[in-house]
Design a protein around this ligand. Structure first.
Ligand SMILES: Nc1ncnc2c1ncn2[C@@H]1O[C@H](COP(=O)(O)OP(=O)(O)OP(=O)(O)O)[C@@H](O)[C@H]1O
Length: 230
């Protein structure tokens, strides 16, 4: 689903020089697998997500997302790429002047789906995350865990083959984090490639999933599901 081949990213520093955020990273994330991405602050996790979404471009190396070679995509092709990717943020990035329904519908409105289709898909996504009865409410009236589930419904409403999450359980207690993880695991089970960037080592320890670790921009460990605990 995602293939990185010797990917490096150097950010220019004003006044000269550069900061190497990723160095020669190669990896493959298959469909239907949930993978954790960890590393200390500044190790390059967000940069990796930004390269996959084409918010940034690599300095060298190749990235292929669902068959799309990103180095051959101009800015006109970015919407096509983004439609393949659902993104979940730590702070949800919800619109608090719109209803739950409108928040989840947003990616479909942007993609130009017909109204009836939007209704069907939004309700299917809200049902999946257990919020069907809250569609008319404003997100501000919901709890932190429920807000995160709105963010997840919005990320998957397009049925993307790839789901990226940046610290999705950052503000949640262990019970709510487990609910969110259950949802991510359900998506992986139906074939979505799920990549979760997190500092939360206790979360990682609780699940038997593949783990990628970055240190100073290098991939230092790739613990496969089979190697867990070895
Ligand atoms: N736009 C930028 N310009 C210059 N340097 C940057 C830029 N973005 C990130 N960096 C640097 O690149 C390195 C990797 O940053 P990145 O945000 O990818 O790390 P991270 O692992 O996501 O950290 P955190 O967990 O704190 O979010 C850091 O040293 C950071 O300061």
């Amino acid at each position: 689903m995602i293939q990185l081949d010797r990917v490096s990213k150097r950010y220019p520093i004003p006044g000269g020089g550069g900061k190497d955020a990723l160095r020669q990273v190669s990896l493959h994330l298959p469909a239907g697998e949930l993978t954790f991405l960890t590393g200390h602050s500044g190790a390059g996790k967000s940069t990796l997500l930004k390269l996959i979404m084409m918010i940034e471009r690599p300095t060298s190396g190749d990235i292929i997302v669902d068959g799309l070679p990103l180095n051959r995509i101009g800015s006109g092709g970015i919407p096509l790429l983004r439609r393949k990717i659902g993104m979940v943020h730590q702070n949800h990035q919800l619109l608090f002047d719109r209803s739950v329904y409108d928040n989840v519908a947003l990616p479909l409105i942007i993609a130009g789906f017909p109204r009836a289709e939007i209704g069907k898909r939004v309700r299917a996504a809200l049902d999946k995350v257990g919020l069907l009865d809250k569609e008319k409410l404003n997100p501000v009236m919901l709890s932190g865990g429920e807000q995160q589930r709105i963010g997840i419904a919005r990320a998957v409403v397009n049925k993307p083959p790839l789901l990226l999450a940046d610290e999705p359980t950052g503000n949640l207690d262990p019970a709510l984090s487990a609910e969110i993880m259950d949802l991510f695991q359900d998506f992986a089970r139906v074939g979505v490639a799920v990549l979760i960037a997190t500092h939360d080592l206790s979360l990682i320890a609780r699940y038997q999933h593949r783990l990628l670790s970055l240190r100073e921009g290098r991939l230092i460990a790739d613990r496969g599901e089979d190697a867990h605990g070895a």
